[in-house]
Write a protein that binds this ligand. Structure first.
Ligand SMILES: [Zn+2]
Ligand SMILES: [Zn+2]
Length: 232
């Protein structure tokens, strides 16, 4: 038996570009046989629904609503829900999936959204985060140039279900050249409107955020892509 986990997805509660609620997302992943999902809403530095003028505490609380609703839905559906976020280098289109830190940790670290991207990466990793560069070769009208920080990330998302094969292939080369761990994720913003799903597959179930982090760190997983159904 294999257990499947989403590593990269959004909720409409917290990500302005998402079209599906946390509950709709969870129902879809339950239908597709996933054992768990990691909610990675756009952080306060990205395309967030959270108003900028509120206090840090209030902003973090609002930022966590999607994950909290996902957890409630997951409890009913038997899908484990983990917490992470997608941090953006504002205006550059460079995004980092940040796993392994908690809501409480965020509450204690006011000003995280104002750090330079290099200071951010050093800081969160020192605090115990596992960081993956999401779709590092994504090109789009709002992305002025590509930036890579190979010494400041733990992993590279080498299959992003929403990106072109060309971009994913370049990401895979990048990870290989620098000996970085590899991840796959769906970047799902719209539940069932997205058919292609990617993620990680394990031999034993992952139940807690600490276990999820441990699996990422130890590399005891395979990545999968429902488009090809090849796991590597
Ligand atoms: Zn988005
Ligand atoms: Zn994303």
């Amino acid at each position: 038996m294999k257990y499947r986990y989403e590593t990269h997805m959004h909720t409409a509660e917290c990500s302005r570009c998402a079209r599906a609620s946390a509950e709709e997302q969870l129902r879809y992943y339950a239908d597709r046989g996933f054992s768990g999902v990691c909610i990675t809403d756009h952080f306060l530095t990205g395309n967030t629904t959270v108003p900028a003028e509120l206090s840090w505490k209030r902003r973090v609380e609002l930022f966590c609503v999607g994950w909290e609703k996902a957890r409630e839905a997951g409890d009913k559906l038997g899908v484990n829900v983990f917490f992470a976020w997608e941090h953006a280098d504002q205006g550059k289109g460079t995004d980092f999936l940040t796993y392994g830190l908690s809501k409480e940790w965020l509450l204690d670290n006011e000003g995280l959204d104002r750090m330079s991207i290099t200071a951010y990466l050093d800081f969160v990793r020192r605090e115990g985060a596992f960081v993956a560069h999401a779709h590092p070769f994504r090109e789009d009208f709002y992305i002025p140039y590509l930036q890579l920080m190979p010494r400041q990330v733990d992993a590279v998302e080498i299959i992003n279900a929403c990106r072109k094969d060309f971009e994913n292939e370049r990401a895979a080369e990048y990870a290989r050249n620098y000996g970085l761990a590899v991840l796959a994720g769906s970047d799902n913003h719209s539940a069932g409107k997205q058919q292609r799903l990617c993620g990680i597959e394990t031999d034993t179930p992952i139940r807690t955020d600490a276990d999820f982090l441990q699996v990422l760190r130890s590399g005891s997983y395979k990545i999968f892509d429902t488009r090809t159904e090849i796991s590597i």
